[in-house]
Ligand binder design. Structure first.
Ligand code: MBD
Ligand code: FE
Length: 302
């Protein structure tokens, strides 16, 4: 069975391109590449041409997510897996491959309706070292763990779980059972991994206003989390989740509102995927809810 190997890129649609340029480079530290046909710009995090495409005049939501496979054989095998699952996928043409800067590419929608792409062969530009948009102590931690992780909308989490395991070759499970205060209900989000990153995608199991709830990016040096938080506080950017440590990836992280009104999680120090299922009822420490309305209003403290 072919398996996806990393969450390799993300496309987002934005209304305020200038605000996004400023946010991505001066708040987050990414490198802005002003290429494209004037309808988009790119964000670089490492030696891959880009990790994020920012499409202008968008709807302030995710446009597409790209999952990498190892090479041409796995790419063909993935087509057979999609066919066997009855997925309506489309082979990209040369123009689309050029735009994504990959050797080959196909597109479909996941069970939640999220535009999803499988590709192999990203454009790696080691001759052009990553240059952060502002000062950083270290670098973004991508590598074999890909961009980071995100939470995507699914109407039926069980169906999504089956699709991401049986068709895309990922593994995962429910990792938290969190009591929802004032109700007899429990929130049971599902986390999926495809490499040593603890999770590359997760599903909340609760209604979501947007296709994406948050993108997590990781840095190599803990001081970059603090340095970024200081910038966020100085600029009065909303902090939806205060610094804290998750139980599953054991990462120090906080969540800030981006110019499109969804969240970016900024973290350091995650442990590697355990590759065995576990569940938790609380986070290790912190992660108190601060700014509400970003779809992350549930306290995760014991
Ligand atoms: C995460 O990265 C996360 O975003 C949540 C809500 C819980 C555990 C890990
Ligand atoms: Fe997260």
């Amino acid at each position: 069975m072919a398996k996806v190997t990393e969450f390799g890129y993300l496309g987002i649609g934005v209304k305020d391109g200038d605000a996004w340029r400023e946010f991505a480079s001066q708040v987050v530290g990414m490198e802005v590449l002003d290429e494209g046909d004037g309808d988009r710009f790119y964000l670089r995090m490492d030696n891959q041409h880009h990790r994020i495409v920012v499409n202008l005049h968008g709807d302030d939501d995710m446009d597409f997510i790209g999952w990498r496979v190892a090479g041409p054989e796995e790419f063909d095998e993935m087509k057979r897996q999609l066919d066997a699952a009855g997925v309506d996928w489309k082979q990209a043409d040369g123009e689309e491959r050029k735009e994504r800067m990959v050797l080959d590419l196909l597109k479909f929608k996941d069970p939640g309706g999220n535009p999803t792409e499988i590709y192999h062969g990203p454009r790696i530009e080691t001759f052009l070292p990553f240059h952060p948009g502002r000062r950083m102590y270290g670098r973004f931690l991508t590598g074999t763990g890909g961009v980071g992780h995100c939470i995507l909308r699914q109407d039926d989490v069980q169906k999504a779980y089956r699709f991401y395991t049986d068709v895309l070759g990922m593994r995962g499970s429910v990792e938290y059972n969190l009591p929802i205060p004032g109700t007899p209900m429990t929130a049971s989000p599902v986390f999926m991994h495809c490499n040593d990153r603890d999770h590359s995608v997760a599903f909340l199991g609760a209604p979501m206003a947007k296709r994406i709830n948050h993108l997590m990016i990781e840095v190599e040096n803990m001081d970059d989390v603090g340095y970024t938080l200081d910038i966020v506080r100085k600029r009065k950017i909303p902090v939806a989740i205060q610094p804290g440590k998750h139980s599953n990836d054991q990462m120090w992280s906080f969540y800030m509102g981006n110019p499109s009104g969804w969240l970016w999680e900024y973290g350091w120090g995650a442990r590697k995927a355990t590759h065995q299922s576990e569940y938790y009822v609380a986070d290790v420490w912190g992660h108190g809810v601060e700014a509400t309305g970003f779809g992350m209003d549930l306290e995760m403290q014991a």
